[in-house]
Design a protein around this ligand. Structure first.
Ligand code: ADP
Ligand code: ASP
Ligand code: MG
Length: 425
């Protein structure tokens, strides 16, 4: 008898470790994999809701600030679940121990709240594995060269898991979450969303970058760079999930893989900007200097020979942009600046979207048929994004999902999914 022993990284998200009972259930999943003599490293998120709570504590004391202390606070939820998971595994008869970021260590740069992993030392984890000890690593955290604690951006435990899988050359990196895999749209918004069995890395990168929070975008980029065998699975139901592969054969017909939404952006409109050389350079130069990333940009000319410049930024940067806009206004003499937070960016993603004229016209026609006004549009090789009012999000997404032929035809699975989702909320 030949037994294949594989090396697994198993990551459990917030809902999958929401309380001690869920942690025990997750530990049962770990036991099933570990019992087959596989080598297992576990990565855990904080209990559902905990990181939000911690962010609100820190924000309450220093709104809009990013300091090392912020990360010291918001990284702490993962410490609790790492210890509890190790206890749950010990209860099941396994040797197990927890690791915080500095104990691995997982080194990052000093970009607090958005730390980038620069190095993972695999030695301590490898030693555990060779001694049949299951390491449980606190996700989301890192440590700088100077020994300060960082975090990797919201949803960053995914990136911890993928980075460890890469550093340990794991055979599988399994991301356990509260849905059955990656869907054609967020199943909480589009009830007829379909689970996708196989997705290519470029498609998944774009879905994640455009807001499908089931995987943190950075984790997918890292997985692609390091050849990680990445899967998304449910910790609630034992069904096959989604596998991310390098290339996928093009589907027949329309080449749309999914629709993503992003509620985290705000729209800024500058009115009465002079139509002169160098205006855009001044505006976006000032934003770059403040390290405020800009997503979509639109300039439109008005009757009076001036222009309106509209762009989107992350909502979390709005507080920082306000004083900057006042300074720019004095300097450049534009007439007004408006901030609109009530927007959503909806992106249709698929290989070759730009060259497929039918998809663009179908998207615009569908929104028009539903009386939905488009505020901004942008395209790339594999996506088409529109910004609309956020109170029209559900209507727009369901309509686009249907028009692009993504709807699940199998009513039975759909109602099962809906029911099980409802139970978990
Ligand atoms: P975890 O706590 O396990 O990391 P997240 O909340 O970060 O879980 O991500 C899972 C959630 O992502 C789902 O509950 C779902 O609402 C949302 N989601 C958004 N887009 C998608 C999509 N295309 N497919 C699946 N889930 C999605
Ligand atoms: N707990 C962190 C967050 O909520 C990291 C994660 O869940 O991946 O963003
Ligand atoms: Mg997540």
């Amino acid at each position: 008898l030949i037994v294949f022993v594989a090396r697994y990284v198993l990551k459990f998200g917030g809902t999958s470790v929401a309380n001690v009972a869920r942690i025990e259930h997750a530990a049962d999943i770990v036991s099933r994999v570990a019992h087959l003599k596989n080598e297992v490293v576990v990565v855990v998120s904080a209990m559902a809701g905990m990181t939000n709570q911690l962010v609100s504590y820190a924000e309450g004391l220093s709104p809009g600030q990013i300091t090392p202390e912020h990360d010291t606070v918001i990284s702490s939820g993962e410490q609790i679940t790492a210890g509890l998971m190790a206890l749950a595994l010990q209860k099941r008869g396994f040797a197990s121990r927890s690791f915080l970021s500095f104990q691995v260590p997982i080194e990052t740069n000093d970009d607090f709240t958005q730390g980038r992993i620069t190095h993972i030392c695999p030695a301590a984890l490898n030693t555990c594995l060779s001694q049949k000890i299951i390491p449980v690593v606190a996700g989301f955290q890192g440590i700088t060269k100077d020994g300060r604690i960082t975090t990797l951006g919201r949803g960053g435990s995914d990136t911890t898991a993928v980075a460890i899988a890469a550093a340990l050359k794991a055979d599988f990196c399994d991301i356990y979450t509260d849905v059955e895999g990656v869907y054609t749209a967020d199943p909480r918004i589009v009830p007829l969303a379909r689970k996708i069995d196989i997705l290519s890395y470029p498609e998944m990168i774009e879905l994640a970058a455009q807001g499908a929070k089931v995987l943190q975008a950075r984790s997918v980029e890292m997985g692609m760079r390091h050849n990680v065998n990445l899967r998304v699975l449910s910790s609630f139901v034992n069904v096959s999930g989604t596998t991310i592969v390098y290339e996928r054969k093009a589907m027949e017909g329309l080449s749309v893989s999914g629709i993503a939404h992003n509620l985290n952006e705000a729209k800024i409109t500058l009115d009465g900007v002079k139509d002169e050389v160098g205006m855009a350079a001044q505006i976006f130069g000032a934003l770059a200097k403040e390290r405020i990333p800009v997503d979509m940009i639109l300039q439109s000319f008005t009757q009076d020979g001036r222009s309106n410049v509209t762009f989107t930024i992350n909502k979390s940067d709005v507080e920082r942009i306000v004083p900057m806009l006042d300074a720019l206004k004095a300097q450049m003499g534009f007439t007004g600046a408006a901030i609109n937070r009530d927007i959503v960016k909806i992106s249709v993603i698929g290989v070759g979207i730009r060259s497929n004229l039918d998809i663009a016209s179908l998207v615009f026609k569908t929104l028009a048929d539903h009386n939905i006004n488009i505020q901004l549009i942008s395209t790339s090789e594999i996506k088409l994004s529109v910004v609309i009012a956020n109170d029209q999000m559900t209507k727009a997404m369901c309509a686009l999902h249907n028009a692009l032929l993504l709807d699940d035809k199998n009513e039975e699975t759909t109602s099962d999914t809906k029911e099980s989702l409802a139970k978990r909320v």
